[in-house]
Ligand binder design. Structure first.
Ligand code: 13P
Length: 273
């Protein structure tokens, strides 16, 4: 993932990190990336592993990445336990996130530092979060947004040696009730103090203009989950609503299409088109 973020930095674009939960999601995302000849990140969050087990999803995501015509990083999103991070690294993930955002700063630094050491042995990239992104990833408790403090961000990056930093600037996971007001002033200050590539979580519902402004202020990875899950479900529902008897193979193709359309749309925006 580090290599993809460096390339994005040179081009002044961001890499889309698309969450997946089944084979159709993987296929739809890879199809869009190949068509647009753009590298992407395939990711799955720890909270999703209840419905999409890591030992099944992991090898499939890696196989899709290896067989793709474009570079694809395979990433564990929001790792909550060091054991899960290690399991993902053992399977072959090229990147992991340890989310210690709810821990006190010192503890977050200590935990992430440990993960950076471990990941080094695997040649893998590490992402961490500072401040608290709002909403929730999965069906857990919803978190209040706590914006990232730029001085803390500098200290955090210096002390942990992390490769990518997820920031909280008014963004939240899930669907926003109204267009969020992002703190671009805060993002600018973080970007001035920190040379580490920045990550924007909670991509669903952020406007194209906001995405591109964030990219111009150092965001190099953007996470999209809910929009893909929702589009898959909408395409599948529309298919079933119009059929007397649903056919599995047609339904599967609809799921691929729903994710493909959503990923394609976002890749174009992240490429600054
Ligand atoms: P959304 O579900 O809001 O797109 O957020 C995705 C995300 O940040 C995953 O970590």
């Amino acid at each position: 993932m580090k290599k993809l973020l460096e390339e994005a930095e040179k081009k002044g674009v961001a890499v889309g990190a698309f969450s997946v939960g089944n084979m159709e999601m993987v296929m739809g995302a890879v199809k869009a990336a190949e068509e647009l000849e753009t590298p992407i990140i395939l990711q799955i969050a720890e909270v999703r592993l209840k419905s999409s087990p890591l030992e099944l999803m992991g090898p499939m995501m890696l196989a899709a990445a290896e067989n793709a015509d474009v570079d694809i990083a395979v990433h564990l999103d929001h790792g909550l336990h060091v054991e899960t991070v290690e399991q993902a690294l053992d399977i072959g993930f090229t990147s992991v996130m340890l989310d210690g955002s709810l821990l006190p700063l010192e503890e977050n630094i200590k935990t992430v530092k440990g993960v950076v050491e471990t990941a080094k042995e695997y040649g893998a990239t590490v992402e961490a979060e500072l401040g608290v992104v709002g909403g929730n990833e999965g069906e857990g408790k919803s978190h209040e947004i706590l914006c990232t403090n730029p001085d803390d961000a500098k200290r955090f990056c210096d002390e942990t040696g992390v490769d990518a930093l997820a920031v909280a600037i008014g963004n939240a996971h899930g669907n926003y009730p109204v267009l969020p007001e992002l703190r671009f002033d805060m993002l600018e200050e973080i970007h001035k103090k920190v040379s580490t590539p920045l990550v924007l979580h909670g991509g669903t519902g952020i406007s194209d203009e906001q995405f591109q402004r964030a990219i111009s202020l150092g965001v190099r990875k953007i996470n999209i989950a809910t929009a893909s899950f929702d589009n898959l479900a909408a395409y599948a529902k529309a298919y079933c609503d119009n059929k007397e008897k649903a056919n599995y193979f047609e339904l599967s193709a609809c799921e691929v299409e729903g994710v493909y359309q959503n990923v394609k749309r976002h890749i174009k925006v992240f490429n600054m088109e």
